[in-house]
Design a protein around this ligand. Structure first.
Ligand code: ADE
Length: 257
């Protein structure tokens, strides 16, 4: 996957993503990242990229021309019209399913806005997806694009150490991840749940599934609306009276589906 980020702050993107897992994936060329400096494409002699809004109002608006030229340079480089994500609080709220969909692309282009906004005409001309990372307002799209790149990149084979871990965790068919424990067995009087030390594979799997369901019920009951259990998981829940009682609603809903 090749990520391109059109921004007025290329350093923020490159430095922000150059560490940890994503940094390693860049180094090993599992993914690539190019921050395209919109200012470099300004035709203005002072490299100005913004101007006053028509009709008045506060702040400045990013002009269409430099953004369009930055986009054209990327389009020419890759030889086709890419998918272009504009980061904005009024976009569709980013979710795991969206990350999975974006991860299928060969190239992905992000446009980071600033000031009071971007001239609507360039958005109409180039943007394919309007995305928000949540219901709050950031000073610009850079952090939002970095959040998206991080979550999309980790779905690309070879980016995580262990290929299993991208699917086997929070939001794997809409359940939150079960609690995790490591050594020591006891810490400040708190014990690791007995079952995890039992070596009994089946019981451990049952416990993990139960904890995932209980955690989702407690913290994100909204996710259960779209939680689809596998046949194996349903069988396991049905066999265990204790879990069955607690998770009756989920099982009933899955039986209907
Ligand atoms: N730009 C400003 N706020 C944003 C948000 N919440 N999501 C995406 N881009 C933004």
């Amino acid at each position: 996957m090749k990520f391109y980020v059109m921004t007025l702050f290329p350093q923020m993107i490159m430095e922000g993503l150059n560490t940890s897992m994503i940094g390693r994936a860049l180094e090993s060329e599992k993914i690539s990242l190019e921050a395209v400096d919109i200012r470099q494409f300004s035709e203005n002699k002072h490299k100005k990229v913004d101007d006053y809004p028509y009709g008045g109002g506060p702040g400045m608006v990013m002009q269409a021309q430099p953004i369009y030229e930055a986009y054209s340079s990327i389009k020419n480089k890759i030889g086709k019209k890419p998918r272009v994500v504009y980061l904005t609080p009024w976009g569709n709220v980013f979710r795991q399913e969206m990350a999975e969909d974006f991860a299928k692309e060969e190239e992905l282009v992000f446009l980071c806005g600033h000031y009071e906004g971007v001239d609507e005409r360039v958005l109409e001309e180039i943007v394919t997806d309007y995305v928000s990372i949540g219901d709050y307002v950031l000073t610009g799209g850079e952090l939002a694009s970095m959040v998206m790149i991080d979550s999309i990149a980790r779905l690309i084979p070879g980016v995580l150490n262990n290929d299993d871990s991208a699917t086997y965790e929070s939001f794997h068919h809409n359940l939150l991840e079960h609690p995790q424990y490591s050594r020591p067995k006891e810490w400040r009087g708190r014990e690791v749940p007995e079952v995890l030390l039992s070596g009994h594979h089946q019981k451990i799997e049952d416990w993990k599934l139960e904890q995932s369901l209980l955690r989702t019920m407690e913290y994100r009951p909204d996710l259960l609306e779209n939680c689809l259990l596998t046949d194996k998981e349903r069988d396991r829940l049905n066999k265990n009276q204790n879990i069955k009682k607690k998770c009756r609603k989920i099982l009933a809903k899955n039986d209907e589906m």
